[in-house]
Design a protein around this ligand. Structure first.
Ligand SMILES: Cc1cc2nc3c(=O)[nH]c(=O)nc-3n(C[C@H](O)[C@H](O)[C@H](O)COP(=O)(O)O)c2cc1C
Length: 349
């Protein structure tokens, strides 16, 4: 097995270990209160769960399977399982980073399986921020992707024993965004309004803030480093970054023009999905929590997705919303800690 394939397997294993309730950082969703509308004045049948992931790309449900894996035998199996659930439930799904196919073309089937299992679904290809236009076109072609995700993972790379040293990405992102429908995403450390504005101005189609509160790549890479005997204590970075809630509050103070804002990072419940929509997210990606369920009980994940769909529809009805996008215009209440964050960052609510 190549070093890169082994890293993919370690990500799967260490994500599960570090995502335990004891080790997870707060996702801040508990600090957001939704407001019950005792007079909904609509029927459940009128609630429409479809939403626009990015301009021109409609998805049937507001939550989707976020980028995780591929690039190893185990990653291919998991991609196949996730893709068949995505097909069954009409959920969009992102692949894990496909950069590995350019170093090791033998890994291509571990990504291609995502399209084979889900011929008609919405699939998002994922690459690093220094991918070339040709590489992006090849990755999109391999899975017949409907959009391209470009990940920003500086906090992961600095901890990763074999991580990158150079983080000049914006010029390349502009180039890719001019050619493809690009969603730029973090991997669990969140984004500030300054970053979101730069990305919107770069012409991307979607900005996935992917904040702190779930999968923690500082902790994952630190564990990997220990295994291979790398020196250094990375625990000071274990609570690094903005939570998903803080990042969505940041996004509200930007002029993100045509770009949609997408949430991910620490999403663990249908209420988190609805709260993210209330804070302005057009769709919500879920990675570690679904992976945990898949690895412990695949049938349980199937049932969980069904109940999330029901719960989200009920919560939309009870907040008086027919469409997911309507949530962004409903009032909400923040706890004192988040209210203080809003004040100190000079954010508009
Ligand atoms: C095992 C694993 C592998 C991941 N690999 C990728 C990746 O290749 N590309 C990427 O953009 N994000 C990757 N992520 C990050 C997720 O897409 C997401 O941004 C992050 O995990 C936060 O969401 P969560 O808390 O729901 O897991 C990975 C996450 C997990 C759990």
């Amino acid at each position: 097995m190549s070093t890169d394939s082994r890293r993919k397997d370690e990500h799967l294993r260490y994500a599960e270990i570090t995502n335990s309730a004891q080790q997870r950082q707060p996702n801040d969703f508990a600090g957001v209160r939704l407001l019950h509308q005792a007079l909904p004045e609509q029927s459940l049948a009128e609630v429409d769960l479809s939403t626009s992931l990015i301009d021109g790309l409609q998805i049937d449900y507001p939550f989707y399977i976020e980028a995780m894996t591929g690039g190893s035998k185990k990653g291919g199996v998991i991609n196949g399982q996730l893709a068949s659930l995505a097909a069954k439930h009409h959920l969009a799904m992102a692949t894990g980073s496909m950069s590995i196919i350019f170093k090791d073309p033998a890994t291509k089937p571990t990504f291609a399986v995502v399209r084979q299992q889900n011929p008609d679904g919405v699939i998002i290809a994922n690459l690093s921020a220094n991918a070339s236009v040709d590489q992006a076109a090849a990755a999109i072609d391999l899975v017949k992707a409907n959009a391209l995700e470009i990940h920003l993972n500086s906090a992961q790379e600095v901890v990763m024993p074999e991580g990158a040293q150079d983080y000049h990405w914006l010029t390349n992102i502009k180039k890719l965004a001019a050619r493809f429908p690009v969603i730029v995403k973090e991997v669990g450390f969140g984004m500030t309004k300054e970053t979101i504005q730069l990305l919107a101005d770069a012409g991307v189609a979607g900005i996935n803030v992917s904040g702190r509160g779930g999968t923690n790549f500082a902790a994952i890479e630190s564990l990997r480093g220990k295994r291979i005997g790398a020196s250094g204590d990375w625990s000071p970075l274990f609570d690094w970054g903005q939570s998903t809630v803080e990042s969505l509050l940041e996004a509200r103070s930007t002029n993100h023009q045509q770009a949609t804002v997408i949430a991910s990072g620490g999403v663990q419940s249908p209420a988190d999905v609805v709260k993210a929509g209330t804070l302005g997210a057009s769709a919500v990606g879920v990675a570690g929590f679904f992976l945990h369920h898949l690895q412990t009980n695949p049938d349980g994940l199937d049932q969980l997705i069904t109940s999330w769909r029901q719960n989200i529809a009920a919560m939309m009805l009870l907040t008086g919303c027919q469409r997911f996008a309507d949530l962004a215009n409903t009032p909400f209440v923040l706890n004192p800690q988040l209210e203080s964050y809003v004040r100190q960052r000079h954010l508009t609510r």
